[in-house]
Design a protein around this ligand. Structure first.
Ligand code: CA
Ligand code: CA
Ligand code: CA
Length: 354
């Protein structure tokens, strides 16, 4: 009897022990990752440059980011050197800061100790921006510490290189290693100029022009390109985004001979290229580039007609135009015929002269 009771007790103890062991091993499985050592990481990165490509004279912007993971007792300071090519880009003042715009994304505060240009960088080569920022310790965090503003100076690949970066933890010890960006971050810098000038039209607005007839809506076009513009109320135009090259600029308006400015040189880095003033000669009513008997016939065919469409009386320059109403006063009459007769035999394109 005692033997049997002892056996039952032993069985119960063994069962309980097994349950405990099983439970222990199960909970050990769940808790196991706690005992793996966390990966310590620290890296510096540059964001893509905006805009891309960028034109000479424009500002370009990008940010420097810190990414740290499991750095105990937290990263409390960072010192970075950002190299650049002074022939292609120039650092410009940032909002609230003389050089780099310090951002609070990483440390939670916009704290800066050093923010300067070094003409001879202690690491790398050439000039660099030297930046030291510090703040509350960050164990695991990714965020921007600075936004850089530069002005594009010349055509080429504008490149930026993190020459060096040091991080310190909250106990003052250096954080190693710090992964830097591979190679440089670059942007294509283009030269784009604006061609400016003025287009006047014979008989406009010198004649009385009731109901229409202004210097608006003449077209200036860079030949063999899609670049063009129309004139404003004073006859001025500006054609933007012209790459370096040698061009012919043509001026035109319905009922007038075209005029051409040849050999217009647009040099890299020259932002504005004025071509001066041209005065278009009227009378080419049929638009064939010569003023002759056919234009007289065209004007005569509508002689006396009033209320004809006038493009230059509408700011959007989208209205149609009657080329027989050469001076855009809304009526085809002796005034238009006189302009034709006065330019008899002239051939376009005429020279670009006032
Ligand atoms: Ca003609
Ligand atoms: Ca007229
Ligand atoms: Ca007209």
């Amino acid at each position: 009897m005692n033997q049997r009771r002892s056996f039952v007790v032993l069985l119960a103890v063994a069962f309980l022990f097994g349950v405990v062991v099983f439970s222990a091993s199960a909970s050990a499985d769940v808790a196991a990752p706690v005992f793996q050592s966390p990966v310590r990481e620290a890296a510096v990165a540059l964001t893509a440059i905006q805009p891309s490509p960028v034109n000479i004279g424009q500002e370009l912007v990008f940010e420097m980011q810190l990414a740290v993971a499991n750095i105990n007792p937290g990263v409390g300071a960072a010192e970075v050197y950002l190299g650049y090519n002074p022939l292609l880009v120039s650092p410009t003042a940032s909002p609230g800061q003389p050089i780099a715009e310090v951002l609070p994304d990483f440390f939670g505060v916009a704290s800066v100790s050093v923010n300067e240009i070094l003409l001879t960088c202690p690491v790398g080569s050439g000039p660099c921006l030297h930046l030291v920022v510090a703040g509350p310790p960050q164990v695991t965090k990714t965020g921007a510490i600075a936004r850089f503003h530069f002005t594009a100076l010349a055509e080429g690949q504008g490149c930026f290189t993190v020459f060096g970066a040091q991080l310190a933890d909250a106990d003052g010890f250096p954080v190693t290693p710090v992964t830097l960006p591979t190679g440089s971050t670059c942007v294509q810098i283009n030269s784009r100029s604006t061609i400016t000038g003025t287009i006047l039209r014979q008989g406009t607005p010198g004649n009385p022009n009731p109901g229409g007839g202004s210097l608006m809506c003449s077209e200036a076009r860079v030949v063999n390109t899609a670049l063009a513009a129309v004139t404003g109320a004073n006859g001025n135009f500006s054609i933007a985004d012209v790459p370096p090259g040698t061009y012919t600029v043509e001026a035109s308006y319905s009922g007038y001979l075209r005029a051409a400015a040849t050999g217009v040189v647009v040099q890299s880095g020259v932002l504005t290229v004025p071509v001066g003033t041209v005065r278009l000669l009227g009378g080419d009513a049929n638009g064939d580039g010569v003023i002759n008997i056919l234009d007289v016939g065209s004007v005569i065919s509508e002689f006396g007609r009033t209320g004809v469409p006038v493009r230059s009386d509408a700011p959007d320059c989208l209205d149609s135009d009657d080329p027989n109403d050469i001076n855009d006063d809304g009526i085809v009459n002796i005034g238009d015929l006189a302009i034709v007769a006065g330019n008899w035999g002239k051939v376009g394109p005429t020279a670009w002269v006032p």
